[in-house]
Design a protein around this ligand. Structure first.
Ligand code: UD1
Ligand code: PEP
Length: 429
């Protein structure tokens, strides 16, 4: 178990760049399986989920040239995949589910017996993925495992999804890019990482309309070409560094080209008293008033709601909760996506935080807490480790976050980056 020891109450100051987005690089890697040509990615984050994918690809005979320092990765897959390779999908990462469509397209058969849970945020459904593959003509054999067969290149399909799922939209994109004709997905997810996959598939030869909207129209091609693509900066990490800098009482600048993705995210953190200045290519947190912006509608509780993009992202709610524990007013957090994403709030009491979990989706954090350092335990949820750290770093004295390892799934050199800004924080393995 990897724990974090944090000596809080020290201001962070400085400038840094965010890393590439985990939730973009992994589907982009899955898309590389759709071509036998070489694909090169830049701005590739050095994270443990990536390492699992690289190990998997090497185990199936792919040539992977990963330059950690340059943050580039070139990959070329073998013309034929073996049955054995198919059954060794990477474990305990949600993104493994996006290997299904490309493997089915390349191999024609797939036996799926894998834990594709990802974080412990709630039940991570595989149904929408399997439904999409079946709609495109995959036959499912009865039995304990998911056993799918796809006979040749599929015909285009029109699908209206029950909800806007990020990874299911990506499964749709991956299969539609090679289908015969124009496929349409209505109620598509539109997160920046979904858009990044669309742009990559266009680069490889597919035609896609509606990128960034809830209806995607994809004209597939028989052969996709190689491509050179940049993984977009991680908007979660931009917000995370700003939140940490602000609550520490310091001034932190994040340089990035994704400021157009940040307005709502910055607005929601500003509701918690964080102050920002933006300039071309950079955003700086300049202070923290701790005041919660009161709604003009007096009977409303100030709230931050997370839902599919372009709402505030569910993967940033724990970080906002981490900020709110030091605020002077009450805030309600509403996770409209996951049913298991708030249970960890019980840990906040150890820091002296008063909060009320109204139901599995809604948490009220009360203001004016008398905070104290504490030993807290993170669940297997990447962003909750960060949320607990944001709480700990604003409290004078030593805190310990148990089971903080999941942060390495998405944030490379995280502790090194914070140390360079002046944080007193270290791993205890
Ligand atoms: C590898 C990857 O990209 N993981 C991300 C992806 O996971 P993932 O693609 O698994 O998440 P989904 O978008 O499918 O949503 C997760 C769950 O939320 C519920 N749901 C979602 C949308 C909705 O409109 N209604 C609804 O009920 C469903 O139970 C669903 O199973 O998107 C999540 C939501 O942004 C992020 O937290 C994950 O980091
Ligand atoms: C929930 C996350 O990832 P995953 O879906 O891979 O568990 C996350 O990135 O915060």
């Amino acid at each position: 178990m990897a724990n974090l020891i944090v000596n809080g109450g020290r201001p962070l100051n400085g400038t840094l760049r965010p890393n590439g987005n985990k939730n973009a690089v992994l589907p982009m890697l899955c898309a590389t399986l759709l071509t036998e040509a070489q694909v090169t990615l830049s701005n590739v984050p050095d994270i443990t989920d990536l390492a699992k994918f690289i190990d998997y690809f090497r185990s199936i005979g792919s040539e992977v040239d990963y330059d950690r320092a340059a943050e580039t990765l070139s990959i070329k897959h073998p013309a034929k995949l073996t049955d054995d390779a198919i059954e060794r999908l990477p474990l305990r990462i949600r993104s493994a589910i996006m290997l299904l469509a490309p493997i089915l397209l390349r191999h024609g058969h797939l036996r799926f017996d894998v834990d594709a849970k990802g974080c412990a945020l709630g039940i991570r459904e595989i149904d929408p993925h399997i439904a999409i593959l079946r709609t495109f003509g995959a036959a499912m054999a009865p039995g304990d495992h998911i056993d799918l067969t796809l006979d040749g290149r599929p015909d285009a399909q029109s699908i209206w999804a029950e909800y806007a799922s990020v990874t299911a939209t990506e499964t749709f994109l991956l299969i539609a890019a090679m289908a015969r004709g124009t496929s349409v997905l209505t109620n598509a997810a539109s997160e920046p990482h979904v858009q990044a996959l669309c742009h990559m598939l266009v680069e490889m030869g597919a035609r896609i309309e509606g990128i960034g909207t809830s209806r995607l129209s994809v004209t597939g091609v028989e052969t996709l070409s190689g491509a050179t693509c940049r993984v977009p900066d991680d908007h979660h990490e931009v917000a995370t560094f700003l939140a940490l800098g602000g609550v520490s009482g310091g001034r932190v600048t994040v340089e990035t080209d994704i400021l157009d993705e940040m307005p709502l995210i910055l607005d929601q953190f500003a509701k918690l008293g964080l102050q920002f200045e933006t300039a071309p290519g950079a955003v700086t947190v300049t202070g923290w008033t701790r005041e919660v912006t009161p709604p003009l509608t007096a009977q409303m509780t100030p709230k931050i709601e997370a839902a599919p993009w372009p709402y505030f992202p569910a993967d940033l709610l724990p970080q906002a909760i981490g900020v709110s524990v030091g605020c002077k007013g009450d805030v309600m957090f509403w996770n409209k996506v996951y049913e298991g994403a708030m249970g960890w709030s019980a840990e906040l009491a150890k820091f002296g935080v008063r909060c009320h979990l109204s139901d599995p989706h809604r948490l009220i954090v009360f203001g004016n807490n008398k905070l104290k350092p504490a030993e807290v335990e993170a669940p297997y949820i990447i962003r909750v480790v960060v949320g607990l750290l944001i709480a700990a770093i604003q409290i004078d004295g030593q805190s310990r976050i148990l089971n903080a390892g999941p942060v390495r799934r998405a944030h490379p050199r995280f502790i090194e980056n914070l140390t360079a800004l002046g944080a007193d924080i270290r791993w205890e393995e």
